[in-house]
Design a protein around this ligand. Structure first.
Ligand code: BGC
Length: 414
């Protein structure tokens, strides 16, 4: 039996555009309407109207924290025009969570931008950071009294690479130079946002907030032990996993490390070119691995290895996302249970983990992959939007209630 400490956070996450529906003022919506994406988000899960119902389910599942994002394009649909009714909406969302005894963890940027912001050049232009900071200042001034945990930017590198290198997300560009520019701009925006948030709390005489990013960490592993593969694994780990964390820590702008972890990335590189070293995906299909429905390798031990590597930073960690899309709910439970056991082991060995936030509370709009991937603890029937709790969610609810998990048979694929 593995026991988690008293006060450990148990919860699930969503992001505005993926669940709310009708986010008509952002760059994703525009791209969806122009047919640039496979599916349009449309009404999504209508979480904007149904959030109370969804939070009641979270409560039923014994969650004591919930991560969600405030949609910048709702709050500021046109440059400089803040919509008081949207601020009121998010005030009610936060109040509803608090009334249920659920700690809000608020993300300020989760992949989407107001259309006006991207039309001006978006994150490619350093000068435009000021608009994000103005939004941050507005929101934090409104909610400082209610919110302790903030995430400024979700997965900055995933955003910059998908939007500016892989041409998968709006504005669908393919430039290493632009990707680097956007990445640096996001890092700068976090640093400034961190300082803005802390300043507001100081001025209001509130206890120090907890501010971080949600970093997407992957377990990079050798497919074959060649020198080229070893260098590639080293570079990827340094660049994709640690660059942001080290940079922000150096600037003293992390109060904790938000970790999003999904699985393993096997590395097998066929050329010494930088593009290959950094980006090439393993072409071999011979690994007898468990995968999610998008084909990502399941590798719970990787989270333990990453948490152990983070220990040296001497900062608490929050698992801000960990989850699986699958049609096999037994596999979902195995995935959750095994990750929890590895997290527990890392905690035993000295990494301070504050909580576990599963992605996602409900099935939702999985960006360029549309509605097919099912990550939810709660199933959504997209015909009538009926919510049904999955058995894996009930099992996790038992763990959140008791703070204990029985060790599952670990699948060791390393
Ligand atoms: C993102 C989510 C996404 C999830 C599954 C994370 O990268 O923050 O928005 O749905 O992974 O792909």
């Amino acid at each position: 039996m593995k026991k988690f400490p008293q006060g450990f956070f148990w919860g699930a996450a969503t992001s505005a555009h993926q669940v709310e529906g009708d986010n008509i003022h952002n760059d994703w919506w525009l791209a969806e309407q122009n047919g640039a994406l496979k599916e349009a988000s449309g009404r999504a899960c209508r979480h904007y109207e149904l959030y109370r119902e969804d939070f009641a389910l979270a409560k039923e599942l014994n969650h004591n924290c919930h991560r969600f994002s405030i949609e910048w394009s709702r709050v500021e649909p046109r440059e400089g025009e803040f919509d008081a009714s949207e601020i009121k909406h998010y005030r009610e969302v936060i109040a509803d969570l608090i009334a249920r005894g659920i700690e809000p963890v608020v993300t300020l940027h989760h992949f989407t931008n107001p259309a006006w912001f991207s039309q001006k050049g978006g994150w490619l232009r350093f000068k435009l950071q000021k608009y994000f900071l103005r939004f941050v200042e507005k929101i934090v001034n409104e909610f400082a009294g209610q919110v302790k945990f903030w995430i400024t930017i979700n997965e900055p590198l995933v955003y910059s690479s998908h939007a500016y290198l892989l041409a998968a997300w709006p504005p669908k560009e393919q430039s290493l130079f632009k990707t680097a520019k956007v990445t640096l701009n996001l890092a700068g925006a976090h640093v400034k946002a961190y300082r803005v948030i802390h300043k507001i709390y100081r001025e209001k005489g509130l206890p120090r907030p907890m501010v971080s990013i949600a970093a997407n960490l992957q377990a990079f592993q050798l497919c074959r032990p060649t020198l080229r593969n070893k260098i590639s694994v080293y570079l990827r780990h340094k660049l994709y996993n640690l660059y942001f964390i080290e940079e922000l820590r150096r600037k003293k702008t992390l109060d904790y490390i938000g970790v999003n972890y999904y699985g393993r990335n096997l590395v097998c590189v066929t050329s010494w070119r930088l593009r290959h070293l950094l980006l090439e995906t393993c072409q071999y299909n011979h690994h007898p691995l468990r995968k999610n429905s998008l084909g990502w390798d399941i590798y719970p031990e990787g989270l333990y290895k990453l948490l152990s590597a983070l220990k040296k930073y001497n900062l608490p960690v929050m698992i801000t996302e960990n989850g699986i899309c699958t049609g096999d709910d037994d596999l979902r439970w195995d995935y959750i249970a095994e990750h929890l056991v590895w997290i527990h082991k890392a905690m035993q060995e000295g990494t301070r983990v504050l909580g576990y936030i599963y992605w996602s509370l409900i099935d939702n709009f999985e960006w360029d992959k549309g509605f097919i991937p099912r990550f939810g603890l709660v199933d959504i029937d997209y015909h009538d939007l009926k919510r049904t709790i999955r058995p894996s969610a009930r099992k996790l609810a038992e763990v959140s209630k008791s703070g204990e998990i029985t060790e599952p048979a670990i699948n060791n694929e390393s």
